[in-house]
Write a protein that binds this ligand. Structure first.
Ligand code: ZN
Length: 227
């Protein structure tokens, strides 16, 4: 057994936050400031990313600054940047469209985008659907799933977003808390291999997905027979 290390784990690094609002007269800007405190919202998103993807010993320390840019554009949000400096662009038009449930939507989108600042992606080789599924897995676990999200069987296990998030959630329940954290960790230094799932869970992703689809099927026929 390794000797007991009496040192406390390193503190989680909360990066510097920068906010840039490119159109303060846009109604989405007023909604944003009415609903959230920007620093607290970003900090919550960083903490959710750490909680679901890392432990205090494995949390990465490379992200120094996250800049949030609020501006009008088609779409919802996207993230870009370098190893140390990340930039999240969030659409003021989308915030305006989400006015009825703006707080949860703003926090949910921020959690999703901040996950992209922190998650491992197998040196850029992780399938896009799994990258997006992990981001929405964290959003789901931060209790910020939009009301229309439902578990659903899709043709491919890595269809992405909420469809993959619920599949990952089912894997986490089946194989134990921390399974998706391990899956993320397995993509730190190596290229993506589909066998990563088997390494982490003991079962191939295809057989897990077949079991998951059977589970959904049973659930929906159970629901029908009880209605
Ligand atoms: Zn995304």
């Amino acid at each position: 057994m390794p000797p007991h290390d009496p040192r406390p784990p390193p503190p989680l690094v909360i990066p510097d936050f920068v906010l840039r609002v490119e159109d303060l007269s846009h109604p989405g800007a007023s909604i944003f400031f009415d609903c959230v405190k920007p620093r607290e919202a970003l900090k919550l998103a960083v903490e959710a990313s750490y909680t679901w993807l890392y432990t205090s010993l494995t949390a990465p320390t490379n992200v120094k600054t996250i800049t949030l840019v609020l501006r009008p554009f088609d779409g919802v949000a996207y993230t870009l940047g370098t190893h140390e400096m990340k930039e999240i662009n969030f659409s003021l038009d989308w915030i305006k469209k989400s006015e009825a449930r703006a707080r949860d939507e703003i926090l949910g989108v921020l959690v999703h985008e901040v996950v992209h600042c922190y998650q491992y992606n197998a040196q850029g080789t992780c399938p896009g659907g799994l990258v997006e599924g992990i981001a929405d897995f964290v959003r789901l676990h931060a209790d910020l799933a939009p009301p229309h999200w439902r578990p659903k069987a899709t043709e491919k296990w890595d269809a992405g977003y909420d469809a993959t998030a619920y599949f990952l959630d089912w894997i986490e329940k089946r194989c134990g808390e921390g399974t998706i954290r391990k899956l993320n960790g397995s993509m730190k230094d190596s290229k993506y291999r589909v066998d990563l799932f088997e390494d982490v869970t003991g079962e191939s992703v295809n057989s897990l997905y077949a079991l998951y689809c059977e589970h959904l099927e049973r659930k929906s026929s159970g629901e029908i027979s009880h209605s």
